[in-house]
Design a protein around this ligand. Structure first.
Ligand code: CP3
Length: 392
């Protein structure tokens, strides 16, 4: 394990009583696992009243909570050191390591929430898809879905036990995190997952995806429903394991027109959000969504994630003040310098104008070459510039 260089005191030591990968006797391990798995995590008052959770509920906060999408990743030397020894999928599937990188990033940055280290594409495996993270190429699905017949081959994810490693990572992380620091679980939203399943990897124009959608609406909706059912089970298992909130990443949904979003996506995303355990905040995030915000709001979510291409005050006005917002700092501004970072952070905070229900974040994930010191400066700037004296 690398050294935790906590900015909040040292809470980062991994517990050693958990024996997912070490050599305890099978019986003791099984019993211990059964016990933790049957007892759903119950959120403490400390977590419930944390600034992040309060902001999700649009309650007043002493300062604007901040966390950063992809806060654990290649821009951090300590992450690269772990990755030098372990492939990305192995890292996701080793709960001790996933927990370690999750906790380390949250403490190093001093953010107000952790996000479990995992990937939106992990759920493709139990559906029967052959997933690989090829070096330098990003994700590859070797048996993509291209037709109605391929859709019939997809497996219903009845139980998510094959993704138990994510829940184990959540349990370990929850124990290792500072008691008042919320942990976010997540999944890809149906459209973004469908785009990987159909394209077989990342895409620019989503030609295969839209072609299946337009030419075989029956197969499309069948696949989106299957994905949505799997997502509901997966997110609720993450919540039972100890996630305080969940985020749906619809990273590529901005490729759709509003009419297509309404017809082909909205009912499915709404079904997923409605199936989430009541009382758990849902963050609904997408990029390139300036034309889709009202529809995303209609699909649901307690918090709508904004990219950097919209002005936060305009977007919030369109969404209405009965929903919280997250965002919307341009990730690329982190490559500049501390003065620029502070000025841009200040502007976003001004647009939020002290209204309860703003969670500060980037408009999309941190990019691999980002200087860590600018990331830390952003977190500090948000905390400092948003201090409120008589509030919360
Ligand atoms: O935010 C966090 O710190 C939690 C971890 C996290 C990862 N992926 C780790 C990861 C989260 C929340 C994700 C979500 C994810 N994965 C999304 C949605 C977020 C977004 O950026 O829109 C998407 C589209 C994916 C799919 C994915 N995973 C791609 C396209 C790639 C390759 C691109 C790249 O950056 O290399 C990944 C790999 C991936 N997921 C990495 C990390 C840290 C890099 C893998 C490595 O270490 O080499």
């Amino acid at each position: 394990m690398f050294q935790t260089n906590s900015r909040e005191g040292s809470h980062g030591t991994m517990p050693h009583d958990e024996s997912i990968a070490d050599g305890q006797s099978a019986t003791a391990t099984d019993t211990a696992k059964l016990l933790v798995e049957t007892a759903a995590f119950s959120t403490s008052p400390e977590l419930h009243d944390s600034p992040f959770m309060r902001a999700c509920r649009r309650e007043p906060v002493p300062f604007t909570p901040v966390w950063l999408m992809r806060q654990a990743g290649r821009y951090m030397r300590e992450y690269r050191e772990v990755r030098a020894r372990t492939s990305f999928l192995e890292l996701c599937k080793t709960p001790e390591l996933a927990a370690e990188v999750t906790v380390y990033a949250a403490e190093r940055l001093g953010v107000d929430a952790a996000i479990i280290f995992a990937d939106i594409l992990l759920i493709l495996e139990p559906m029967g898809l052959d997933l690989e993270f090829a070096k330098g190429e990003g994700p590859v699905i070797h048996n993509p879905v291209r037709s109605g017949r391929d859709v019939d081959r997809l497996r219903e994810v009845e139980d998510i036990s094959s993704l138990g490693y994510v829940n184990d990572a959540i349990r370990l992380t929850r124990r290792a995190l500072r008691p008042g620091l919320p942990l976010i679980g997540f999944a890809g939203a149906p459209f973004t997952l469908a785009s990987y399943i159909i394209e077989g990897g990342s895409s620019k124009n989503y030609i295969q995806t839209k072609t299946l959608m337009y030419t075989d609406a029956g197969a499309w909706h069948q696949m989106m429903s299957l994905i949505s059912r799997a997502l509901g089970r997966y997110l609720n298992a993450q919540i039972a394991a100890g996630a305080q909130a969940v985020q749906l990443f619809d990273s590529w949904v901005g490729a759709l027109s509003p009419d297509d979003y309404r017809e082909y996506v909205l009912p499915h995303t709404r079904a997923v959000i409605q199936s989430v355990t009541p009382g758990t905040p849902v963050i609904h995030f997408g990029t390139g969504t300036a034309a889709l915000l009202e529809l995303m709001r209609e699909a649901g979510g307690d918090v709508i994630g904004l990219d950097w291409r919209v002005r936060l005050d305009d977007a919030w006005q369109r969404l209405g003040d009965d929903v919280a917002v997250m965002g919307n700092f341009d990730s690329v501004a982190l490559f500049s310098n501390v003065e620029v970072v502070r000025a841009q952070a200040r502007r976003i905070l001004e647009y939020a104008g002290n209204r309860p229900g703003h969670i500060f974040n980037l408009g999309h994930g941190i990019l691999p070459e980002t200087p860590v010191e600018n990331v830390v400066a952003l977190v500090d700037a948000v905390h400092e510039l948003s201090q409120r004296r008589n509030n919360g």
